[in-house]
Design a protein around this ligand. Structure first.
Ligand SMILES: [Zn+2]
Length: 113
């Protein structure tokens, strides 16, 4: 359900940009999806598919960029990759950290004609 509303937001953004650019067809939609964004990719794909029957979108290819979760440990300043919010610093086992990437969910790029 959550993915369905995300997907319709994406489609709205895409169609708005298309209109603003005065173009008719979307060829490619590139998305940034952070591994910590909580977005379920299979569910998102299904939702997108169901919304892509719009004539301007029927040839659009969707490219997904997965963004790895990264954090800086607040104790020892080590930068490390993490798969979930509960990961501890592998260097000092510290639990306090700043998440610096992985929460993204947005449209990175569009190709229209
Ligand atoms: Zn640390």
């Amino acid at each position: 359900m959550h993915e369905f509303s995300l997907a319709s937001e994406i489609i709205d953004i895409v169609l708005d940009s298309l209109r603003n650019a005065g173009k008719k067809q979307v060829n490619r939609i590139e998305l940034d999806i952070g591994e910590l964004s909580g977005v379920e990719v299979p569910a998102l794909d299904m939702a997108l598919k169901s919304l892509m029957n719009h004539p301007a979108l029927k040839n659009a290819k969707i490219i997904r960029h997965r963004i790895k979760g990264k954090a800086i440990c607040l104790t020892c300043k080590n930068e490390f990759e993490l798969n979930d919010f509960f990961s501890v610093c592998p260097h000092c086992q510290g639990i306090y950290k700043d998440i610096i990437s992985g929460r993204e969910f947005n449209v990175r790029r569009l190709e229209v004609e």
